[in-house]
Design a protein around this ligand. Structure first.
Ligand code: ADP
Ligand code: MG
Length: 384
């Protein structure tokens, strides 16, 4: 019997990559905020050659001796985005490839990780003028669907949900918490809205409205701090008919995840409830880390059950799924500690990845720039 899917992939020129999970790790630096400027903060992050991140109290300073004395930290990622990087550039480098894979029936996930205020929601959702990865991905998806041949029929469904304090809520239809159930397709949130999307235009408003339903709480560290994880799931179904006119479904799912702030719960001086929330947030983030660890190390048992977040992402993390991490950081020295923690976390994720053979990503649209000078200076300092 003819394998329609395989033939289609051949016709589409799909390059079948190795079935192993691979995690690409990116860092995005946001511009200095107004409050940070007013507080007289200095930039403590320098991005060089679109890959290297230098963490130092005086990154803006090319003062040779200062750099030598205050040696910061140096990290390298698949790509690092300076504060001038556009939303479109971030999308094309991190997520465009996953959208293509989803159209081919594969799963993918993009996570934004970082402290509260580091730019996760901006990167994922963005604003009306500067839509983020979620919106750009859907836009690109519809564009790609339009470009494809008309022998197939694509159906796109969106779900937007949050995990807050180990409770799952529907952001498109707020109400009672959702119960997770296991069915043939895996773990599903019972009663979750599956919004059938026909065009990009309706999506931004829908997502912004959903985002307003997210649970935010005032904390001392920040006026509003999102303690919830938001997950946008884009399911693309492709219905094609083979010779016998039977319908073949090919389903791909893209999960775009705006994680809760990664700052430690203790740092925000919370009361009992907040500490509980903090513990749960850490539990989810920790569970996510251990799942990724186990997956990349090829362990038989993957501890998905340890948190609601990882249960929901079970089919978006394992198997032939492509995983992308975007670590968001602030440039301010006032966030030095959080930035360092985020970079360490991202660096660890990257190191795990290098245990398996991963093809190096070509970043040809990122030309080298004068930052080379800074790198040389830095290396000269390091050598002394
Ligand atoms: P988080 O979701 O990580 O808590 P936000 O995305 O809400 O952080 O970002 C905090 C503030 O910084 C917001 O006002 C946001 O608009 C702004 N911001 C974040 N990243 C950028 C960026 N790349 N360019 C411009 N403004 C940004
Ligand atoms: Mg946010």
């Amino acid at each position: 019997k003819r394998n329609v899917v395989q033939e289609l992939e051949k016709a589409e020129g799909v390059s079948r990559r190795s079935p192993e999970s691979r995690i690409l790790v990116f860092v995005r630096l946001r511009p200095m905020g107004k409050k940070e400027k007013e507080a007289g903060s200095r930039c403590c992050v320098r991005i060089v050659n679109r890959r290297d991140v230098y963490l130092t109290e005086f990154a803006n300073d090319n003062d040779y001796l200062r750099l030598k004395r205050l040696r910061g930290r140096h990290f390298t990622f698949d790509a690092s985005f300076p504060d001038t990087t556009s939303q479109q550039q971030v999308y094309s480098t991190t997520t465009a490839e996953l959208v293509e894979a989803v159209l081919q029936g594969r799963n993918g996930s993009v996570f934004c990780y970082g402290a509260t205020g580091a730019g996760k929601t901006y990167t994922m959702l963005g604003t009306l003028e500067n839509p983020g990865v979620m919106v750009l991905a859907i836009k690109d998806l519809f564009r790609k669907i339009r470009q494809r041949s008309c022998d197939g029929n694509h159906v796109v469904h969106l779900s937007y949900l949050e995990v807050y304090n180990e409770t799952v809520r529907d952001l498109l239809s707020p109400g009672r918490p959702l119960v997770l159930r296991e069915d043939k397709q895996g773990i599903v949130a019972a009663g979750l809205t599956q919004y059938r999307a026909y065009s990009t235009d309706e999506v931004m408003a829908l997502l912004q409205q959903g985002n307003r339903s997210r649970t935010t709480e005032p904390t001392r560290a920040n006026e509003t701090s999102s303690r919830s994880h938001a997950i946008l799931q884009v399911v693309v179904e492709y219905r094609i008919r083979d010779d016998a006119m039977s319908v073949v479904n090919r389903v791909g799912k893209l999960s775009l995840i705006d994680l809760a702030g990664s700052e430690r719960a203790l740092a925000t001086d919370q009361r009992t409830l907040r500490s509980l929330e903090g513990a749960n947030i850490n539990r989810s983030l920790l569970a996510l880390s251990s799942c990724i660890n186990a997956l990349v190390e090829g362990k038989k048992h993957i501890p998905y059950r340890n948190s609601k977040l990882t249960q929901l992402l079970k089919d978006s993390l394992g198997g032939a799924c492509n995983t992308v991490m975007i670590a968001n950081i602030s440039p301010s020295n006032l966030s030095f500690g959080e930035t360092q923690n985020t970079l360490h976390w991202a660096d660890r994720a990257k190191q795990i990845r290098t245990k398996i053979e991963v093809p190096m990503r070509a970043l040809s649209h990122f030309p080298n720039n004068s930052d080379e000078q800074f790198r040389n200076l830095w290396q000269a300092c390091d050598g002394i």
